[in-house]
Write a protein that binds this ligand. Sequence first.
Ligand SMILES: [Zn+2]
Length: 196
Amino acid sequence: MIIIDRYLVHGAYTVLFLVLGVFSLKVFLNPGHCVGLDSGAGGYGITEAETAFKIACKVRDYLQAVNYDVYLFQFDGLEEIVTESNLWRSDLFVSIHCNALDGTVRGTETFYCGSYDGERLANCIQNQILAKLPTVNRGVKDKNFYVIKYTDCPAVLVETAFIDNVDDNALLVEREDDFARAIALGITDYVKAYAS
Ligand SMILES: [Zn+2]
């Protein structure tokens, strides 16, 4: 497995590469918040930080199984997350969260920030989640969340489900593996369609 050359251009995703064997793409996974420091949202006995971490670990395992290079990083400082991703020179950045509002709202939404490739990646992930889970489609949206605004590569933030809604909470508990598979497949869909 030898990657001879690769260039990343901010804003537009340009990869020039010559590959002998398997191309190993670098995916930065950021489960939102931080277990032990910032639990994020919560509901029905589970926290966002723990749930996102568990899903991200499974996404990592699925991606590593198909030879992706994965860096899983959970931290309570947004600047540090961005710095870590940019220093590692990630090809793709995916932040995983759970939503919360007032208990009545449910569904999945995926955010990108002003980038065409980010939008494509967001659509790939959102479509896989909709295909695999009985969730509500809240859409793909452009929003300037810090971690997807300042990362150098195509970046998305996935709000998997509403942790404070009883139906969505059950999905997060019982279908954690399906969320992970869907996110991993969304990433590989994007790579196959647009980055390889
Ligand atoms: Zn969050």
